[in-house]
Design a protein around this ligand. Structure first.
Ligand code: NAI
Length: 261
């Protein structure tokens, strides 16, 4: 438990499923006030609010599409109107789809970039502007991926968005460190969430993924959520401009395992 998170106001985007859901729930367990942004699944958000309240936290929900500037502004304003301030912004929402790059349409490219990268830019900008104005030494946590450094054929738009998140976050960290605002990334590897449902339900595909993970297991959303609360807490007060990889060692060149190479 991170006692200093009690009562803190936390926005989590894309929080009705997967990593966002686990992160929102864990902040709730830390007794934070959580603003759940959902895109499509209102029912799941209601369920989550119930779980957070049961755990001793507070929670409200708001619909919004992070690829739309006015929606991101609306989400942050809703948090401020509801709970009076903003301490932690978790820009989590993201999408991916598989397309060979020579067939990648501009429409697909724009959709992924506007959700994954532009959504995080606007979410970070709006949160930072509020924190600056009110002298809040807040924390911005941006959901990246191992693909911020590992190239991924057929997912060029996704990999480009995650690489962009890394440099955006590092730049913001540098820019706002003098104000005590910390900006960091989380970079999960292969985690058991709906985004991977199809892949992990195929045993052969799952086996192939496991070969890339030195710890030899698929991660659970709670293992990413644990990192998120730590990054937001006082325990991480000297951490900014960094990426925490939660990947079972995937970024550690697993093909060199057992002395190969
Ligand atoms: P997910 O598909 O369960 O979660 C994505 C969430 O974002 C969903 O709740 C969805 O409704 C929401 N969303 C999609 N478009 C949106 C929009 N325009 N506005 C607002 N919300 C929107 O999958 P998961 O795994 O929880 O993904 C969360 C984040 O974690 C993504 O940024 C993803 O790229 C990242 N990630 C996930 C990994 C994994 O193995 N599960 C690995 C690396 C990164």
């Amino acid at each position: 438990m991170f006692k200093d998170l009690e009562g803190k106001v936390v926005v989590v985007t894309g929080a009705s499923s997967g990593l966002g859901r686990a992160i929102a729930k864990r902040f709730g367990q830390e007794k934070a006030k959580v603003v759940i942004n959902y895109y499509k699944n209102e029912g799941k958000s209601d369920e989550l609010i119930g779980e957070i309240k049961e755990a001793g936290g507070e929670a409200v929900k708001i619909q919004g599409d992070v690829s739309k500037e006015e929606d991101v502004k609306k989400i942050i304003q809703f948090a401020i109107d509801t709970y009076g301030t903003l301490d932690v912004m978790v820009n989590n929402a993201g999408i991916q789809n598989e397309v060979p790059s020579e067939e990648l349409s501009l429409e697909d490219w724009n959709k992924v970039i506007s959700t994954n990268l532009t959504g995080i830019f606007v979410g970070s900008r709006e949160a930072i502007a509020y924190m600056l104005k009110h002298d809040i030494k807040g924390s911005i946590i941006n959901m990246s991926s191992v693909h911020q450094i590992i190239p991924w054929p057929h997912f060029a738009h996704y990999a480009a968005s995650k690489g962009g998140i890394k440099m955006l976050s590092e730049t913001l960290a540098l820019e706002f460190a003098p104000h005590g605002i910390r900006v960091n990334c989380l970079a999960p590897g292969a985690i058991n969430t709906p985004i991977n449902k199809e892949k992990f339900s195929d045993p052969a595909a799952k086996k192939e993924v496991l070969k890339m993970i030195p710890l030899n297991k698929i991660g659970e959303p709670e293992e990413v959520a644990a990192a998120a609360v730590w990054l937001a807490s006082k325990e991480a007060s000297y951490v900014t401009g960094t990426t925490l990889y939660i990947d079972g060692g995937m970024t550690n060149y697993p093909s060199f395992q057992a002395g190969k190479g």
